[in-house]
Design a protein around this ligand. Structure first.
Ligand SMILES: [Zn+2]
Length: 398
């Protein structure tokens, strides 16, 4: 993915936001249609049928007609892809798009290559129905057939080309590295290195807490509320930028230094899933504690460290050189004598083998086990939690 910052004029800003609104509206309609489906009903309309319905909707609504047809059709195509991803088990169920959170649309085909270089630093891109928007040339523009325009919560516009980075050649030393993705450090290598993904600094964290208190005290929809909300969004965007930068740097470094990179085969979408509420049989109408808050904290930890992104980037940059290893017992097994016992794990950070007395950083010990581990197949045969009876819908929505 190569991303460029867009600098629209105020008029263009409004026009871009309107296009985002169209894309979101169409996506949410498709989602509504899809989620209405029940077992006893006819299949929901697929992409072709939805496109026909879109043409009708455009004829009926002035608001939709002024928007770009490409943008609206691509929203349907993206939705069809999201449904496919859900059925193959790699992604979760498609979700509702919200204003202010999911602002973006996609342009494909010949329209996506209308970029003119102005000088060494600047170029302009012709966005359908919006006009020429200036963009900053922070790197070479890749040769790509599609791009996505997004607005983050901090109000910054970006243009991202869907281009997989070129693979990095293996060093050819035959060296294998194990990467353990932990909570206390972001990643531990079997070489003993501990890598930390940067987050908020102390002062930034204090500022975030202060802003959150201000937000809680201010009236909803007031000027102050909006101002504080925007400041919080900018802080979050800053952390996200740092995380992305760290992931790119780390993945490039690992791909350059090692021939084979072994990672735990963790399924992040499942690990971060919200725990189901359970009814309490003794108190009707009440729910049992399900440790949801505790899990939410852990979820934030996992996502904040960008695990999924790191592995995805590694697979892009070192294709065929990333192996997924079964994570079972890697944190309890001694890397020296292979003795496996839960008592080996003294604490989150310290590993001490009860059999041979080997002592090490717990994450590094696990990383060494991962480096020695056997690769598992990247995808399980049956997607988790999906009934095979649902299969017919896959063909209709594809
Ligand atoms: Zn041992």
């Amino acid at each position: 993915m190569s991303r460029f910052r867009l600098y629209p004029t105020p008029t263009q800003h409004a026009a871009l936001l309107e296009q985002c609104g169209h894309a979101r509206y169409v996506w949410n309609l498709a989602l509504e249609q899809w989620s209405m489906w029940t077992r006893d009903r006819a299949p929901t309309p697929g992409f072709t049928e939805q496109c026909r319905q879109l043409t009708e909707a455009r004829a009926a609504s002035d608001w939709l007609r002024v928007g770009s047809q490409t943008v609206q059709q691509q929203a349907l195509r993206d939705f069809a892809q999201a449904v496919r991803n859900f059925y193959t088990g790699t992604h979760r169920r498609p979700t509702w798009r919200k204003a202010g959170v999911h602002e973006g649309f996609r342009i494909v085909g010949a329209q996506a290559s209308r970029i003119v270089k102005l000088n060494r630093r600047w170029a302009k891109v012709l966005v359908p129905k919006v006009g020429w928007v200036r963009l900053r040339l922070s790197r070479a523009v890749p040769n790509s057939k599609s791009y996505r325009v997004t607005c983050d919560r901090g109000g910054r516009w970006h243009l991202a080309f869907a281009a997989v980075p070129p693979p990095i050649p293996a060093p050819g030393t035959g060296e294998v590295v194990g990467v353990d993705r932990g909570i206390t450090v972001s990643a531990a290598l079997s070489t003993g290195e501990l890598l930390a993904c940067p987050g908020l600094s102390e002062t930034e964290h204090a500022r975030l807490k202060r802003l959150q208190r201000q937000l809680a005290r201010s009236r909803r929809c007031s000027n102050r509320h909006e101002r504080v909300q925007a400041a919080i969004a900018r802080l979050h965007a800053r952390v996200a930028d740092r995380r992305k930068h760290w992931v790119e740097e780390t993945s490039t470094d690992l791909a350059r230094r090692f021939d084979v990179i072994r990672v735990e085969d963790l399924r992040i979408p499942q690990m971060t899933r919200r725990p189901k509420p359970k009814l309490d049989p003794e108190r009707p109408g009440n729910y049992r504690p399900n440790r949801r808050r505790a899990k939410a904290g852990l979820n934030r930890g996992i996502l904040a460290h960008g695990w999924g992104l790191l592995v995805q980037r590694l697979e892009d940059k070192a294709p065929g050189r990333v192996e997924r290893v079964k994570p079972a017992y890697t944190s309890q097994t001694c890397a020296v004598c292979q003795h496996c016992a839960p008592e080996n794990r003294k604490s989150q950070a310290v590993f001490r083998c009860v059999a041979c007395g080997h002592q090490a950083n717990a994450d590094v010990n696990a990383a060494i086990n991962i480096a020695a581990g056997q690769a598992v197949s990247a995808r399980r045969e049956t997607p988790p939690g999906v009934s095979p009876k649902r299969e017919p819908q896959l063909t209709t929505s594809a």
